[in-house]
Design a protein around this ligand. Structure first.
Ligand code: AMP
Length: 495
């Protein structure tokens, strides 16, 4: 019976300091490789390329033919997985890895993925990007039947569903477990004999297949293939399960054919610009978004200035389409780690410009078009506009490269609740007054669809998951509904 060698470690250099806490939080990234003698090192590199998808913690599990080995650490990939002795503790030709930004379940060492469990049929490690929207209700049922949970991660629910399945071969148990879960997932899993990959029936979260000298690679984005020199083979399709063994790759479609609803926010913000996701280069789509925005909401100005880095490709597209010069009027400090703790309360309240600073020479006396990808709570826009005005801008016109974010995401993006989304609370005019701009415009939903290669949004059957902009959720939201019913009931009780 294979035993697990597990090392879980907290970084000493501090924790989340609340720096970015007024933001949506990034999703997670997954990586898997089967049949390569450098499996752990490749996983570390892949996770490094996917660092933008989660900076909170990272983990790798390998299998060496007789044992599983696991290293899970809080902090960045480079800080934890760049040392030869760490990689040496991860022998084996097969590996999976995960970058985490805590969405469901919160932070904590026990929640760092990949999670591992020893079943009757052998060991199973799993890493998951997305969010299971009925995890809470499934967990309750599992607990009532005797399951003992070690973490608060929704991914552990999946492990228990596999463990308690009455089916026999592993893959049938895995499918049986997936049938019971709702929500969004891109999963990589490792057993003694197999690397498995799975995408939810609507394909909300991305997962691609690559090839490196005959070794199979599964990962969230193509930038993780590029870093190791792997060849992109294809996307894993919505609802597809791939099973990789020494004999090759097998594709299963146990959920039938479903219309795809890929997350459009991957194009707006999440994915790395150099990645190809859902067959489109993210940078191209972002430039198209900027061009659409320029056509929909033109304004006379001297320069187009991005809020770096997230607004940069759209600002380039805007400037090119509008024929207005592009300039770097805001400079971003790339070394703002999550561990920078502002030393005193007084300094914390000074609103120190840790992340962005105005480039006065560029802005002074100019009419500026500021381009950012999204407004969530409005904190960034408020600060940036104030900074640009202080630097002497004559006019500030804000252009947002997505529609107003009016609804929470339940699919792996840790959005604040709806009441905290500023666009859900304010009209366009109110919001423009609040962030103190001369004009404000968001991209239309059809403009976003056009930039992503569609003619327009098909309202009866949308081509993407755009729930954060429309409130049109492609799956049931069992836990959320239950929550609402609970709070309605307790309100009734109070009344
Ligand atoms: P806010 O300050 O709350 O309005 O957040 C808007 C800013 O957050 C924009 O500059 C975006 O680039 C950034 N942003 C949007 N989505 C995310 C996300 N999921 N994680 C981190 N930052 C984000």
């Amino acid at each position: 019976m294979p035993r697990l060698y597990d090392s879980v470690a907290q970084q000493s250099a501090g924790d989340v300091d609340g720096l970015d806490d007024d933001h949506f939080h990034d999703e997670c990234g997954v990586f898997g490789v089967f049949g390569h003698s450098d499996a752990a090192a490749l996983a570390a590199l892949g996770l490094h390329a996917l660092q933008h998808r989660g900076q909170d913690a990272a983990g790798i599990v390998t299998y060496d033919g007789s044992h599983f080995h696991s290293e899970r650490h809080s902090g960045l990939v480079g800080d934890n997985f760049s040392k030869p002795h760490v990689i040496a503790r991860l022998p084996g030709n097969n590996a999976i890895g995960h970058n985490r930004y805590p969405t469901a379940g919160g932070s904590g060492l026990q929640n760092i993925q990949p999670l591992f469990a020893e079943f009757a049929g052998g060991g199973f490690a799993v890493a998951h990007n997305g969010n299971i929207t009925n995890a809470r209700s499934l967990t309750r049922q599992l607990r009532e039947r005797g399951s003992i949970f070690q973490s608060t991660s929704d991914t552990e629910t999946l492990l228990h569903l596999v463990a308690t399945s009455a089916k026999k071969p592993f893959i049938d148990r895995f499918i049986d477990a997936l049938r019971q879960i709702e929500g969004a997932y891109a999963i990589v899993g490792l057993t003694e004999k197999k690397l498995v990959g799975a995408r939810d029936p609507q394909g909300v979260r991305p997962l691609v297949l690559g090839d490196l000298d005959g070794a199979y690679v599964l990962t969230s984005e193509t930038c993780a293939l590029d870093i190791i020199g792997a060849r992109f083979v294809r996307n894993i399709e919505p609802g597809e399960i791939v099973v990789i063994t020494e004999k090759g790759i097998e594709s299963l479609k146990p959920f039938g054919e479903n219309p795809a609803r890929f997350c459009v926010f991957e194009y707006v913000y999440f994915a790395r610009p150099d990645s190809i996701v859902s067959n489109k280069n993210v940078y191209d789509v972002r430039k198209q978004i900027g061009a659409e925005l320029a056509r929909e909401s033109p304004v006379e100005a001297d320069i187009v200035v991005p809020v770096p880095d997230s607004g940069t490709p759209a600002a380039i597209g805007f400037a090119q389409a509008a024929g207005i010069p592009f300039d770097l009027g805001i400079i971003r400090n790339h070394y703002v780690g999550r561990t920078f703790i502002q030393p005193t309360d007084a300094i914390r309240h000074m609103g120190v410009r840790l992340k962005h600073n105005a480039n006065r020479e560029v802005l002074e006396g100019k009419r500026i078009i500021l381009v950012d990808d999204s407004i969530v709570r409005g904190t960034t826009s408020l600060k940036i506009v104030e900074m640009v005005r202080e630097a002497g801008a004559a006019e500030v016109h804000m252009r947002i490269a997505s529609p107003p974010t009016t609804d929470s995401c339940f699919y792996g993006v840790d959005t604040p609740e709806k009441s905290k989304l500023i666009a859900a609370r304010m009209s366009l005019e109110e919001l423009a007054r609040y962030i103190k701009v001369d004009s404000l415009a968001f991209l239309s939903i059809d403009g976003l669809y056009r930039a992503a290669g569609e003619d327009a949004r098909r309202n009866d059957r949308p081509q993407f998951c755009d729930a954060c902009f429309t409130g049109d959720y492609p799956t049931r939201l069992t836990d959320h509904q239950e929550n609402r019913t609970d709070s309605q009931l307790s309100l009734l009780a109070v009344v």
